[in-house]
Design a protein around this ligand. Structure first.
Ligand code: GAR
Length: 198
């Protein structure tokens, strides 16, 4: 039986769309959660007939209150995992420990290089020849948790943010459904910082 997941997004939701379109995800996207109204990811959820919720970050007095509201929404939907797909908020320790090894994130660099905001710009600025995509479990530090999968992407001499991010996103859209599918089937085992695929 498929596990139920929530996908959290803050923007255009192309990774959400890749998960929606995946032929054999092994997971039912029961809920899409956004931290602000009016984003394209919410339209994608609507078009796919998926329930959505907005937990507006600006309306909470603190990160802890925001995360507690997120927790309530996810619990209420009966989901077993949170899949962050371009979700641009840092989760607090309470939420992370309540969902230990059940929060996945995708980040547009080969972590631990270039964590945080504007990973693509950071890679260009640094002059690396190879960057990529990382899917990892979320822990209490930003872009730090155990790494599940990575895919490299070359940086070409004429790249700007847009061209490089577009090439990275092609890999994201292939990698995230594979990882979520393996996770949903119980094939991903966490052992400290190391993650095994079984
Ligand atoms: C993706 O490239 C994702 O890796 C990145 O935001 C983009 C969202 O695109 N996430 C981060 O930078 C997280 N630190 P999407 O909304 O089209 O899926």
């Amino acid at each position: 039986m498929n596990i139920k997941i929530a996908v959290l997004a803050s923007g255009s939701g192309t990774n959400l769309q890749a998960l929606i379109d995946a032929p054999d995800l092994g997971a039912e996207i029961s809920l899409v959660v956004s931290d602000r109204p009016g984003i394209v990811a919410l339209d994608r959820a609507h078009d796919a007939g998926i329930e959505s919720a907005v937990v507006p970050y600006g309306e909470y007095g603190s990160r802890a209150e925001f995360c507690s509201a997120l927790n309530e929404v996810a619990d209420g939907a009966g989901v077993e995992a949170l899949v962050l797909a371009g979700f641009m908020r840092v989760l607090d320790g309470g939420l992370v420990s309540a969902w230990k090894d059940r929060i996945l994130n995708i980040h547009p660099s080969l972590l631990p290089a270039f964590p945080g905001a504007d990973a693509v710009g950071q890679a260009l600025e640094h002059g690396v020849k190879v960057t990529g995509v990382t899917v990892h479990f979320v822990d209490e530090k930003v872009d730090h948790g155990p790494i599940i999968a990575q895919q490299s992407v070359p940086v070409l001499p004429d790249d700007d943010r847009e061209s490089l991010h577009a090439r990275i996103q092609i890999e994201e859209h292939a990698l995230y459904p594979r990882v979520v599918s393996a996770f949903a089937r119980g094939r991903i085992v966490v052992d400290g910082r190391r993650v095994r695929w079984e």
